[in-house]
Design a protein around this ligand. Structure first.
Ligand code: SAM
Length: 261
């Protein structure tokens, strides 16, 4: 009788190390939807390591009061360092990202860059934050997901994992589906409709039912520009209109939708 060679699991295209005091917060997130399927299929791998497992003493205390005084508690460096080093000793060096509201703002460009790294470590803070020596010693990047303060880095890490994983080939199932999405070229995506053709008196724009692909394409580009102008003029400042877009807009002025939203 011949026996099959044991199946080696595929090498993940995105390999994430999470360093978090609350690994259980990711349980359902990592099981659900496209990400759950990508993890099941071995395209994405997410490992979780808790600094609590490396804390000393009966109470396994991971935090302490800040030097110089002030409110709240700061995560001590030793348990975090041990968690980082243990995860890397087991599975290899990763590009280390510390999550902090003081970091550079995460956006679609950062998601693309992180997707290119292949192996990432997301270090989640809690309480009043993390001893600065963790940033000094380990962090290659310090990232914030927005100008607001969360209670911990876990939700920020989930945002980053989802934004990055959907850029990994095979995760979405359709390789072209991220190409003309919002932010991919400094523009917001055009509006979309599906069935029914009329809902509560609101009809789908006729051009989308015309079957004329060239007209649909032009209309969508114009709508994308209008929406960007109305909702995110800052994007247009950073990515000014190209000559092509200018011409498109000049030609489209007479065909403006009644109520651009
Ligand atoms: N005292 C810190 C400050 O004012 O900058 C805030 C600490 S916050 C309550 C605790 C942890 O949540 C941070 O260490 C960080 O890991 C995470 N966090 C909070 N807001 C975040 C954000 N906007 N982006 C990324 N991580 C964030």
């Amino acid at each position: 009788m011949t026996s099959e060679p044991p199946e080696t699991p595929p090498t993940p295209l995105l390999d994430v190390e999470l360093v978090t005091l609350f690994p259980e917060m990711f349980d359902s997130f990592l099981r659900a939807s496209l990400l759950g399927r990508a993890i099941g299929g071995g395209i994405v791998r997410v490992n979780r390591t808790s600094p609590r497992d490396f804390a000393r003493g009966r109470h396994r205390q991971v935090d302490d009061s800040p030097y110089g005084g002030g409110p709240g508690m700061i995560l001590r460096p030793e348990p975090l360092a041990a968690a980082i080093e243990t995860a890397e000793a087991a599975r290899g060096r990763a590009y280390r990202v510390l999550l902090s509201p003081t970091g550079r703002l995460f956006d679609q460009t950062s998601a693309v860059a992180l997707a290119g790294r292949g192996r990432l470590m997301l270090i989640c803070g809690r309480y009043e934050g993390v001893d600065e020596r963790i940033a000094d010693t380990f962090a290659e990047d310090i990232v914030s997901i927005g100008d607001y303060v969360l209670a911990g880095g876990e939700m920020a890490a989930a945002v980053i994992i989802e934004a990055v994983a959907r850029l990994v080939p095979g995760v979405l199932g359709c390789e072209t589906s991220t190409a003309d999405e919002s932010f991919s070229a400094g523009r917001l995506e055009y509006p979309q409709w599906t069935r029914p053709p009329t809902f509560r008196g609101l009809a789908v724009p006729e051009v989308l039912l015309s079957g004329n692909h060239a007209q649909v394409e032009t209309w969508r580009r114009l709508e994308s520009l209008r929406r960007t102008e109305t909702r995110r003029p800052d994007l247009l400042l950073r990515h000014p209109l190209t000559k092509d877009e200018q011409a498109l807009q000049d030609g489209g002025k007479t065909k403006r939708r009644k109520k651009p939203r």
